[in-house]
Design a protein around this ligand. Structure first.
Ligand code: ADP
Ligand code: MG
Length: 264
């Protein structure tokens, strides 16, 4: 699951870590791959990511096995993180001259032997080689959309990139999930944006949207997801529900695929 939107501040990282923790709390084994040089997902999961820590940079650029950089997330059973360090800022340029530059993450994941139910990849706010690596490695794209002015601006570019990667590098890639974030039901703007997104994308949009919540924004400074920071808060409950919805839909799609394969 590739969490992407080239706009910054729309809730990619928040969605990655809280969906991942929710899925783990529902009993799944989940790996978060932090692909943003800022390392916000690593921070939010309480994972050490100072410059000397083995990181996803070493995996992408130095071909280090993924298993050597993955760390268990404290306090959440079944949740793991491949952290990003500041080194990753150079990777966008260093990757250009490497062989198989678009598929290095895919290869690393294929060689990773631990059992996992989900991999969530937190993308940087750009459509460069790091995001392309994520789109080659994953089959599904999750787009968080902030219920604000210009919410749909730039999405066309993102969708075109998904099409390009599907056409040339990963035939399985598709936008499977749209999540409305920072939703404030009291404003007309938020409900207008939500309607617009639902009209545009239809079934991909999760019925559950994530409310604007101070608890969600406070949790990262304690190195926690909102699921452990304030489990009863509206933010925690909405991420749990969104993850449940996503997992159930996945199960239905999986069963349909199995059935159509069985039918021939
Ligand atoms: P991105 O990864 O797309 O840049 P972030 O997930 O880092 O976006 O979110 C941007 C900012 O908005 C962060 O400060 C985060 O804490 C805050 N934020 C995200 N989702 C919510 C929410 N539902 N309620 C309140 N603040 C939020
Ligand atoms: Mg981010």
């Amino acid at each position: 699951m590739v969490v992407a939107n080239q706009k910054g501040g729309v809730g990619k990282t928040t969605t990655t870590v809280n969906m991942a923790a929710s899925l783990a709390l529902h009993g799944a084994r989940v790996l978060v791959i932090d692909l943003d040089p800022q390392g916000n997902a690593s921070t939010a999961l309480g994972i050490d990511h100072h410059a000397e820590v083995p990181s996803i940079y070493d995996v992408l650029v130095e071909s280090k096995p993924l298993s050597e950089v993955v760390q268990p997330v404290p306090d959440v059973e079944g949740l793991f993180c491949a952290p990003a360090t500041i080194d990753l800022a150079g990777a966008e340029i260093e990757l250009v001259s490497l062989v198989a530059r678009e598929s290095r993450l895919q290869r690393a994941i294929q060689a990773y032997e631990q059992p996992l139910d989900y991999i969530l990849i937190d993308c940087p706010p750009s459509l460069g080689l790091l995001t392309v690596n994520a789109m080659v490695a994953g089959n599904e794209v999750l787009i968080p959309i902030q219920c604000e002015y210009y919410a749909l601006e730039g999405l066309g570019q993102l969708l075109r990139n998904v099409d390009l990667v599907r056409g040339h590098l990963n035939p399985a890639l598709h936008v499977s999930t749209i999540l409305l974030t920072m939703y404030d039901g009291r404003t007309r703007l938020a409900s207008q944006v939500a309607d617009e997104v639902r009209n545009h994308f239809g079934n991909e949009v999760l019925r559950t949207s994530i409310p604007r919540s101070v608890r969600i924004s406070e949790a990262p400074s304690y190195g926690q997801t909102v699921l452990t920071y304030d489990p009863g808060s509206s933010g925690a409950l909405s991420y749990l529900e969104a993850a449940r919805e996503m997992a159930l839909r996945g199960a239905v799609v999986g069963a349909q695929n199995e059935q159509s394969m069985a039918e021939g």
